[in-house]
Design a binder for this molecule. Structure first.
Ligand SMILES: [Zn+2]
Ligand SMILES: [Zn+2]
Length: 153
């Protein structure tokens, strides 16, 4: 199975070692991908712990878990990464479905290092369309299958 973050690697060679704490993300994009995968797996603690220190209190594990349980993530597109020593930017589109509606979380995220490790600081959201998905529509994940036979099943 290829990783949840839509890389071409298997989960065990992609995001798993980060989620399990065996490795720390070497670059902002890797942290971003592993956080996306953590949303897919509803690992709220990992998402919380990879927020920059100053942001952890505002983003409780419970609030993260509530969103992770509500949003069913189906596809990730990484559009851009720019890294400069201790800060970085990643722009991405994370597609998710909630209540049979397709949402696109299009964000330009800021990452910083603290004690040599990368953390997610904050991000700027773009306006994106939301689309109702019918059971017989093509699944928005791009599988070419009907929604009811893919993520809507
Ligand atoms: Zn991955
Ligand atoms: Zn699908």
């Amino acid at each position: 199975m290829s990783c949840y973050c839509n890389s071409s690697l298997p989960y065990s060679q992609c995001c798993e070692p980060y989620l399990k704490g065996q490795k720390f993300a070497e670059r902002p994009q890797i942290l971003m991908r592993s956080r996306y995968t953590a949303y897919c797996l509803k690992d709220a603690k990992y998402i919380h712990d990879t927020y920059a220190q100053a942001k952890q209190a505002q983003n409780s594990v419970d609030d993260i878990a509530t969103f992770a349980n509500y949003a069913h993530f189906i596809k990730l597109e990484v559009l851009e990464e720019a890294v400069e020593a201790t800060q970085g930017i990643v722009e991405f589109k994370a597609h998710y479905i909630a209540e049979n509606t397709h949402y696109i979380l299009h964000e330009r995220s800021n990452f910083i290092t603290e004690a040599g490790r990368w953390y997610y600081l904050d991000g700027e959201l773009y306006d994106t369309p939301t689309t109702k998905v019918g059971r017989n529509d093509l699944c928005p994940c791009g599988s070419d299958k009907k929604y009811k036979k893919c993520h809507g099943s």
